[in-house]
Design a protein around this ligand. Structure first.
Ligand code: PMP
Ligand code: GLU
Length: 403
């Protein structure tokens, strides 16, 4: 029998994508499924961006491009990074990837040797641990708590450092919590990284989805002393409703980025020019549509949180960013469905899809076993109808009698 690698070959499929796909299949079969699993805006990519893609096709931009990405987009990325506080950022320190995901993956792949440790604050986006595992690294989790707004405790990060620590992954605003890490926490993490010579991968893909009074500040702006160790990851997928175009980028120290480019030249060649020219239009065009989409998310956040908090024994903190909420549903994990104990969030999420026609992602995959994640990147109507079904379903469960 074929022996596969236990690291890359042993990975479970991404549940965010798998559950989203299952919900789409149900929808195609005519079932009204609430799309709370999808980490993607329901909006269409703005017209002027789609036109730029069409124009790129008309202009015949259909050949291999440079492995690092096209010069115009790298220059535009360097400019946005410099404007958001990455002083001295230049195009040759950027790499364009086919989405933010491969940028994260290649960033880790060129950094880690087998057994190297990466500190990941939890709850965390499900793909970070899998990427670390795929390239032979070891995850060291540092927990954060809902009752403390999921703020990272820098002392806990300090305590997690060992001689094998290579990197820390930050994600603010974060998926799945929506938490925005306070400036002073990020500053302190920068000091810790600089002190110990640890790389910081700051995934800022939800930058524009930071809701007032919270404000977004790039880790690069807050921690200039750590610039030599910082890889900022960002992209157009979320802010410009461009998930399917697959364009993201990284910006960081030249030696780190150049190594990523060399790996990308073998593993990907480079991202398509067509999508890069659309992303360039997004970065250089008017921001009204982006801002309008973000304003809609704020309204939807209110509707989602109010509806969830109205369900008995569900507690849903109101996050400052991204488009997810992570309510505590632990009271229902002790319940049974038709006599069968539920026990964990994976089972609860499966039952919600089947019986409430609500697609949600279990907290288990985000190191948040007490929760399920609801995305509110869908219409208010979907939210109202879907949460009403979830509430009815939860009310139908048999719960242990309380003393
Ligand atoms: N980082 C986070 C935190 C995300 O939620 C996502 C979701 N897709 C990504 C990165 C990946 O973005 P992309 O679609 O550009 O690969
Ligand atoms: N990041 C999104 C999510 O968490 C999209 C799916 C994925 O890439 O994981 O749902």
């Amino acid at each position: 029998m074929m022996q596969f690698s236990p690291s890359a070959g042993g990975l479970a499929e991404s549940q965010t994508l798998a559950i989203t796909a299952a919900a789409k299949r149900m929808k195609a079969d005519g079932i009204d499924v609430a799309p709370f699993a999808a980490g993607e805006p329901d909006f269409l990519t703005p017209d002027f961006i789609r036109e730029a893609g069409i124009q790129a096709i008309r202009d015949g931009r259909t050949k291999y491009g440079p492995a690092a990405g096209i010069a115009e987009l790298r220059a535009a990325v360097a400019e946005t990074m410099a404007a958001s506080g990455f002083a001295g950022m230049t195009a040759d320190r950027t790499v364009i990837g086919a989405g933010a995901k491969p940028v994260l993956y290649f960033g880790l792949a060129v950094l880690l040797e087998p057994g190297d440790e990466v500190i990941i604050p939890t709850p965390c986006w499900l793909s970070y641990p899998k990427m670390v595992q795929a390239v032979g690294g070891t995850c060291v989790y540092v927990g954060t708590r809902p009752d403390q707004g999921y703020v990272i405790d820098p002392d806990a990060v300090r305590a997690a450092i060992t001689p094998r620590t290579k990197a820390l992954i930050l994600n603010s605003p974060g998926n799945p919590t929506g938490a925005v890490q306070p400036d002073d926490v990020q500053r302190e993490l920068g000091r810790i990284a600089a002190e110990h010579g640890i790389g910081v991968i700051s995934d800022e893909i939800y930058e524009h989805m930071t809701y007032a009074p919270a404000r977004f500040h790039s880790f690069a702006e807050l921690a200039p002393d750590a610039h030599d160790l910082t890889l900022i990851v960002n992209g157009v997928s979320k802010a410009y409703a461009m998930t399917g175009w697959r364009i993201g980028w990284g910006a960081g120290p030249k030696d780190w980025v150049q190594r990523m480019i060399r790996l990308q030249s073998h593993a990907l060649s480079g991202p398509p020019d067509i999508a890069q020219l659309a992303a360039l239009a997004a970065l250089q065009g008017p921001t009204e549509e982006r801002d309008a989409m973000c304003a809609r998310f704020v309204e939807r956040r209110t509707v989602m949180c109010e509806a969830l908090n109205a369900i008995p024994d569900v507690s849903c903190p109101v996050p400052d960013g991204a488009f997810y909420v992570l309510p505590d549903v632990s009271a229902y994990l002790e319940a049974s469905y038709e006599g069968e104990p539920i026990g964990n969030s994976t089972k609860l999420a499966a039952l919600m899809l089947e019986h409430a026609h609500a697609a949600v992602v279990p907290g288990d995959v985000f190191e948040a076993p007490y929760a399920v994640r609801f995305s509110y990147a869908c219409s208010q109507d979907d939210i109202r109808k879907g949460i009403a079904r979830v509430a009815d379903f939860l009310a139908s469960l048999q719960r242990p009698a309380t003393a």
